[in-house]
Design a protein around this ligand. Structure first.
Ligand SMILES: *C/C=C(C)/C=C/C=C(C)/C=C/C1=C(C)CCCC1(C)C
Length: 256
């Protein structure tokens, strides 16, 4: 247990150090509000990562992997935010490639979370994970191709939306949704419904950002980045907190 905490602290210290090394070449202007959101959110991701790794040991064994994955999601986002912040502050350009690399890693990890919290209470098929993974890959690849200019922006949007709808279908009406509904486990049902709401309402912010950024004429990099940044803050940190809360309640409070 102590070894794990030590490892978490060492990782975080290392990451903080690499962030500090980056800071000497990057100076944030006091009127760069988009840059400030990049900065604030990177610190939020760091705090959430430390929190999830430290809390992992306080929950029942079956829930630990879920809490660890929540920490991986915010930790990976933290590293990407340091780079995205640098690109934005230094060039004023949208850090599209770093953003999509981050999403390409963290969104599948969040899809694993749906599977893991079900697997913590019930025997479930791996098909749930694979279908959610395919939906997220379709959504993100289409979005990237559209944003980076490889395909028509509208086409990228439509295919991306189709991938998202497929994910929603699986968590509401597909096998995942059915297993959760039938589980009879209160903590699981609460967490699953909250995660599902995040994937529905919280995630809707991203296609809205895409619409404002690319489809309503003229890419406004400022609003696009603020929208994406706020969305990441909610969808990565709140998503993890929901899992952590379910894990604590399923473990009968915070007993050690
Ligand atoms: C941590 C990062 C997360 C949860 C990122 C989620 C991203 C999306 C839900 C993106 C969705 C998009 C569409 C539904 C349409 C096409 C454009 C995208 C990729 C922005």
């Amino acid at each position: 247990m102590n070894k794990l905490k030590l490892f978490a602290l060492a990782t975080v210290a290392f990451l903080g150090f690499s962030g500090a090394a980056n800071a000497e070449t990057v100076l944030l202007a006091s009127d760069d509000f988009v840059g400030i959101t990049f900065w604030v959110i990177s610190m939020g991701m760091l705090a959430a990562t430390v929190f999830f790794f430290m809390e992992r040991g306080s929950v029942a064994a079956g829930w630990r992997t879920s809490v660890t994955v929540a920490g991986l999601v915010t930790g990976i986002a933290f590293v990407h935010y340091i780079y995205m912040r640098g690109v934005w502050v230094q060039t004023g350009d949208s850090p599209t490639v770093y953003r999509y690399i981050d999403w390409l890693i963290t969104v599948p990890l969040q899809m694993v979370e749906f599977y893991l919290i079900l697997a913590a209470v019930k025997k479930v098929s791996g098909g749930i994970f694979w279908r959610l993974l395919i939906g997220s890959l379709v959504m993100l690849c289409a979005g990237y191709l559209g944003e980076a200019g490889y395909i028509n922006e509208m086409l990228g949007f439509i295919v991306g939306i189709a991938g998202w709808i497929y994910i929603l279908y699986e968590v509401f009406s597909g096998e995942a949704g059915k297993v959760a509904a039938r589980s009879g486990n209160k903590a699981l049902v609460t967490a699953f419904s909250a995660m599902r709401m995040i994937v529905t309402i919280g995630w809707a912010i991203y296609p809205l950002g895409y619409v404002f950024g690319y489809l309503t004429g003229g890419v406004d990099a400022n609003s696009l980045n603020v929208i994406y940044n706020l969305a990441d803050f909610v969808n990565k940190i709140a998503f993890g907190l929901v899992i952590w809360a379910a894990a604590v309640s399923a473990s009968g409070g915070r007993a050690r």
